[in-house]
Design a protein around this ligand. Structure first.
Ligand code: KG4
Ligand code: ZN
Length: 363
C-alpha cells in the first residue's frame, strides 16, 4: 500500500566503507538527525581503508551512533516506522555490521526494513532538504518534493563521482534508471587517492589534493583529458578513463627528478583535468538527451573546483548536495528507502549483503 509509508519516520544505517552512519529521515526528505563516525584517522596510517579494521570499528561504533541519531532527532524507538540499511556495494565485513544491526532492530520491533543500494543512496542525496540548521549548498535549488510535484524533476541526468564509482545515469522517474556510461578503469575518487600518494599527500587524496591545489597553477602541466574527443571516439562519449591521467602525473613526477616537487602545481593541474572531463561529459550528455535537470553526487562532489564548475559551466539547472551529504552518510540511504517503499515495498528480512551490487536498471 503506497500511502501507508508516505508519512514515515525512517531510521537509516550506512556502514558500506569507513564511516559508521545513522540518520532519522522524515517523509523521505527532512533530516531530523545525521550522525557520522568517520574512521579516516584510523585508516590514514595504512594509506587506504583496511577492511578488517573497518568492520571491527563499525562493531564498536554502530550502537552509540544509532543512539545518538535517535537522541539528536528528539525521537524515541516508538516513533520509528521503518528501517533502512545499505546492502551493497561495499566491503562485505563492513556491510554485514549495518545489515545485521538493522535486521535485529526491525525484527525486534516488528518494523519493515528496506535494503538499499549505496549508489541509489548517493542519487537520493539530492532529494534531501537541509532544513535551517544546516549549511546551505553552493547552489540554490527548489526543494526536491517541489520539483516532483511540479513535474519538473525528470528526465534527470545524474553524475555519480565517488571513490568506487564514476557513472552517468538518466533517471526517468523514482527507481527508474538507465546507465549511459561509466569509468573503464579508475573511479574519479580513486584517481584522486592514487595521485595524492604519487605526489606525497595523505589519504584520503581528494581533500588533500584540493587543499594543495589552492596555491597552484592549473595550467602548469597539460595533463590529458581522457575520452573527450567525441568526434574520434563517439562510442565513449559517456564513458570515463582516468588511468592515462594517473600515468601522465607519474611520468611528470619522474621527469621532474630529484628535489622538492611542485606539489601545488601538480595538484592544481591534475584537479583541473578531472573537473574538465567530468563537466565536459555531463554537459555533452545533458545537451544530447535534453534533460530537465542535472544532479552531481558522491564523495568527489565535495570538491570545491568541481562545485564551481557545476555552477558555471553546465547548460541546464544543476544541483549538488551540501558537502556533508556528498561523502558517505545515512540520510541519503533513508531518502532512497522512502522512495523504494513507495515503488517496491519493503525487503524480506533474509536479504544478504552484496559487495558487488550494481544499480538495477529499470525504465
Ligand atoms: O562517496 P564516498 O564518501 O565513498 C564511496 O562511496 O566511495 O567517496 C569517497 C571518495 C574518496 O576517493 C575521496 O578522496 C573523495 O571521495 N573525495 C574528494 C573530496 N572529498 C572526498 N575528492 C575530491 N575533492 C574532495 N574535496
Ligand atoms: Zn559512497
Amino acid at each position: 500500500n503506497e500511502h501507508e509509508y508516505i508519512m514515515s519516520l525512517i531510521l537509516a544505517i550506512e556502514t558500506s566503507c569507513d564511516e559508521t552512519a545513522a540518520a532519522i529521515i522524515k517523509d523521505g526528505h527532512i533530516i531530523r538527525s545525521n550522525v557520522v563516525a568517520s574512521q579516516i584517522d584510523i585508516h590514514r596510517a595504512y594509506g587506504g581503508v583496511f577492511p578488517e579494521i573497518a568492520s571491527r570499528q563499525h562493531v564498536f561504533d554502530i550502537v552509540p551512533v544509532i543512539q545518538a541519531a535517535i537522541h539528536e532527532a528528539g525521537s524515541s524507538w516508538d516513533d520509528l516506522d521503518a528501517l533502512a540499511v545499505t546492502r551493497g556495494p561495499g566491503l562485505a565485513g563492513s556491510l554485514l555490521v549495518g545489515a545485521n544491526t538493522a535486521k535485529a532492530i526491525a525484527w525486534g520491533r516488528g518494523l519493515p526494513i528496506v535494503a538499499v543500494n549505496h549508489l541509489e543512496g548517493h542519487l537520493y542525496s539530492n532529494w534531501l532538504d537541509e532544513g535551517d540548521k544546516i549549511v546551505p549548498s553552493a547552489i540554490t535549488r527548489p526543494s526536491p518534493p517541489e520539483l516532483d510535484a511540479a513535474g519538473e524533476a525528470f528526465p534527470l541526468l545524474v553524475l555519480i563521482v565517488s571513490g568506487g564509482h564514476t557513472e552517468l545515469i538518466v533517471m526517468t522517474g523514482h527507481g527508474e534508471y538507465r546507465r549511459l556510461g561509466a569509468t573503464l578503469d579508475d573511479a574519479a575518487g580513486e584517481a584522486f587517492d592514487k595521485v595524492a600518494r604519487l605526489i606525497g599527500l595523505d589519504y584520503p587524496g581528494g581533500p588533500a589534493i584540493q587543499a594543495a591545489a589552492e596555491g597552484g597553477n592549473p595550467l602548469a602541466f597539460a595533463f590529458p583529458r581522457g575520452l573527450t574527443n567525441y568526434a574520434i571516439q563517439p562510442e565513449h562519449r559517456y564513458n570515463f578513463s582516468f588511468s592515462g591521467l594517473k600515468t601522465a602525473v607519474l611520468r611528470q613526477v619522474r621527469e621532474l627528478g630529484e628535489g622538492p616537487l611542485p606539489v601545488a602545481d601538480l595538484a592544481a593541474s591534475f584537479q583541473a583535468a578531472v573537473v574538465d572531463v567530468l563537466i565536459s561529459k555531463t554537459a555533452h550528455a545533458a545537451q544530447l538527451l535534453n534533460v530537465k535537470r542535472i544532479c552531481v553526487c558522491g564523495g568527489v562532489a565535495a570538491n570545491k573546483a568541481l562545485r564551481e564548475s557545476v555552477a558555471a559551466r553546465l547548460p541546464v539547472p544543476a544541483s549538488i548536495p551540501p558537502f556533508f551529504l556528498c561523502t558517505d552518510n545515512a540520510s541519503m540511504i533513508g531518502a532512497a528507502a522512502h522512495y523504494r517503499l513507495s515503488t517496491g515495498g519493503p525487503s524480506a528480512l533474509d536479504f544478504d549483503v552484496e559487495p558487488n551490487l550494481a544499480l538495477e536498471m529499470r525504465e
